[in-house]
Write a protein that binds this ligand. Structure first.
Ligand code: PLP
Length: 380
């Protein structure tokens, strides 16, 4: 296989070898069901408890507040639908933003179809939600505010702490989708004033199909998945033990190492940005001057179709994303860039580069040269 240059770390990340090593025994000798009573099973239960502690420590939460899920999507769905059903006697109004991930937007739209009232707040040209707009949108019957911590497409960082304070002052539950923030920003649930927080293992060098939802102890939320008594009745189903161990290990590594690898990623991003600006005419960097994730570079290039660029990049072994998703054969412009009022012509020429801890300076230089060549060809 040809060498792959991976610049799509907001889509997923390579599993850290230490995470893989920690997981492997749970597929072979340590395969007991943690709900059984024999010793091997109880050992697995103990290992799950340790992983829960590792996740809790990263978030400054208590272990009892961590519920394991199948990923960011399930965590988001649980928070949105679980709070809505638990509090439906209290009210039926939810506040969210137009740039949320589909894992929040679609449950909100589903609730809308089922009698709930949802306010989808607009954002400014960078994608920022204005806390004053949140305050204005609050009503007597508001039961949930859900705003993401950082956006997966543009890397904008939302004012979560401020919005959390507003929610707290009004006694409203606050959920944040922190799937893209964990491992890149400090995530302290107490400081952020959140009742619910979603995270995903595969965005932090852990396994796919694994995530967690932080539920502040006294916060009401009905389970999305019903069945057995697992996760203290908050999420039924035999535990994905290997996945849980992997998530725990990934969180432990984030806690110890993320401030140092984020520094490296930030400097790679800076270098890449300056190389692109100096070598490609008519390029626009879509970023907030201060509130940008250390790893995400969203760029719009005049006179190209990003889908064509992606194919040419792929032929050279480069993986990255576009500002439009092509799931049906016809590229759909990104709802995030649309909310930022980008014209379709600009969205169609948008690329998302998302760096990770395994990227190197050499790869950055190679990427920049390759992009230059591709743009020349496409514009010709
Ligand atoms: N939320 C955000 C912001 C994301 O970027 C993603 C994945 O891209 C998700 C939620 C969904 O997470 P998962 O892939 O673990 O279901």
């Amino acid at each position: 296989m040809n060498k792959t240059y991976y610049f799509d770390n907001n889509a997923t990340t390579q599993v850290d070898k230490r995470v893989l090593q920690a997981m492997l025994p749970y597929f072979s000798e340590k395969y007991s069901n943690p709900s059984s009573i024999y010793m091997g099973a109880q050992a697995a239960r103990g290992d799950i408890d340790l992983a829960r502690k590792q996740v809790a420590e990263l978030l400054n939460a208590d272990s009892s507040e961590i519920v394991f899920t199948s990923g960011g999507t399930e965590s988001d769905n649980t928070a949105v639908k679980g709070v809505a059903s638990a509090l439906k006697e209290k009210g039926n109004h939810i506040i969210t933003s137009q740039i949320e991930h589909p894992a929040v937007l679609y449950p909100c739209k589903y609730l809308q179809l089922n009698g709930y009232d949802v306010t989808f707040l607009p954002v400014d040209r960078y994608g920022l939600v204005d806390p004053d707009e949140v305050k204005k949108a609050v009503r007597k019957d508001t039961i949930l505010i859900t705003i993401m911590y950082a956006n997966n497409e543009t890397g904008i960082i939302e004012p979560i702490e401020e919005i959390g304070k507003i929610a707290q002052e009004h006694g409203i539950n606050f959920h944040t989708d922190a799937v893209q923030a964990v491992g890149k920003l400090p995530v302290d649930v107490k400081k952020l004033n959140v009742n619910f927080l979603s995270l995903s293992a595969h965005k932090i060098y852990g396994p796919k199909g694994m995530g967690a939802l932080y539920i502040k102890n006294d916060s009401k939320c009905l389970p999305l998945i019903q069945g057995g008594h697992h996760e203290k009745h908050r999420r039924a189903g035999t535990e994905n033990v290997a996945g849980i161990i992997g998530l725990g290990k990934a969180c432990e590594i984030v806690k110890k190492e993320s401030s140092s690898y984020c520094k490296k990623i930030k400097s790679l991003r800076k270098k890449l940005k300056s190389m692109l600006l100096s070598s490609i005419p008519d390029i626009k960097i879509n970023e907030h001057p201060e509130k940008a994730l250390c790893n995400t570079l969203n760029i719009s290039i005049k006179g190209i179709q990003s889908q064509d660029a992606l194919i040419m990049f792929d032929q050279k072994g480069f993986c990255l994303s576009a500002g439009s998703a092509c799931s049906t054969g016809v590229p759909e412009p990104s709802h995030v860039l649309k909310a930022l009022n980008f014209p379709d012509s600009l969205i169609n020429g948008t690329l998302r580069i998302s760096l990770g801890k395994f990227n190197t300076e050499k790869e950055i230089t190679l990427f920049s040269k390759t992009l230059s060549r591709i743009i020349k060809k496409l514009r010709a």
